[in-house]
Design a protein around this ligand. Structure first.
Ligand code: AMP
Length: 283
């Protein structure tokens, strides 16, 4: 595996690969790798000749009050894992190379960035879209792999790729969960003791929503109310938002149908978690 820490070296790697007609798959991550990330790597491995995993904790997607400094980092372990997975390159750029002091351009994402995380984390998706476009331009992948765990992010990226005519296939991969259902996240290591147990409330509430839809409930308000009830009895978790939306436009719905997505965000102790599920309505 090549460990590439300079943008110019990453570029050279990709130019050579493209000259050799090899399909490049990019898995963008912020590191502290877990099975969720590795499921994306496996998917890329199946579909591409070369897999590049980027590890970069992107400062521009964190708000001033957020956990940029505390965000889990373990580059040594990440490199070990990626080597053992046989990826061809790990791209680990330095913050000052990605954002030199005179950096001034930002990507303004589309409508998908407005609700939910867009409300709770102003500027978050501008930072995400900017860094992802930069990674796309540097790595020049044919395909890029994203998890459905960050569903809104996936839709923001899809919109950007579409709107800006980028010739990159965006591949969505399923959510990987712990045995008890908690969606894997780098931030989960911050959950200790009762907070770890309380974090299960996100999955419990989504399961409740799945069950209601499966028994024919179509009233989004009733499902949302039930999710709020599930959170109300868990004192360690504060619900940030719950929304039931169209899977493409992310517009909120009054009446639900199969394929609609329920998304929740909550703070458990000091850790912010998100999760979502797709509803199947049985009529
Ligand atoms: P992150 O390092 O948290 O920025 O995540 C990098 C990529 O891994 C994103 O596309 C995430 O959606 C994806 N990812 C993170 N956790 C999971 C998970 N539990 N299941 C599937 N994909 C995930």
């Amino acid at each position: 595996m090549e460990l590439l820490t300079h943008i110019s070296l990453m570029r050279t790697f990709s130019i050579r690969a493209r000259q050799a007609a090899q399909r490049i798959g990019l898995v963008p991550t912020m590191g502290a790798l877990h099975e969720g990330h590795l499921s994306l790597v496996r998917c890329a491995r199946r579909e591409c000749d070369l897999v590049v995993v980027s590890v970069f904790v992107n400062p521009t997607q964190f708000g001033p009050e957020e956990d940029y400094q505390q965000y889990p980092r373990d580059l040594e372990q990440d490199v070990k894992i990626l080597k053992s997975f046989g990826v061809e390159a790990a791209f680990v750029p330095k913050v000052e190379d990605v954002y030199p002091s005179d950096f001034g351009t930002r990507v303004e994402p589309g409508q998908e960035a407005v609700p939910m995380e867009g409300v709770s984390r102003p500027g978050h998706f501008r930072g995400v879209a900017t860094v992802v476009l930069k990674l796309f331009n540097i790595v020049q992948p044919h395909a890029a792999y994203f998890g459905r765990k960050d569903y809104q992010q996936l839709m923001v990226i899809r919109r950007m790729v579409n709107d800006l005519n980028l010739a990159i296939d965006i591949v969505a991969c399923p959510i990987v969960r712990e045995e008890d259902g908690l969606a894997l996240s780098s931030r989960n290591i911050c959950l200790k003791g009762k907070d770890r147990r309380a974090a299960h409330v996100l999955r419990t509430s989504l399961k409740k929503a799945e069950k209601m839809a499966a028994s024919g409930e179509r009233d989004a308000e009733k499902i949302v109310a039930e999710i709020k009830n599930v959170f109300a009895v868990e004192p360690c978790a504060q619900l940030d938002y719950v929304e039931i939306v169209d899977s493409e436009t992310l517009k909120p719905l009054k009446q639900i149908q199969s394929g609609n997505v329920v998304l929740v965000a909550a703070r458990v102790g000091t850790t912010r978690l998100i999760d979502n599920t797709v509803l199947e309505v049985i009529s």
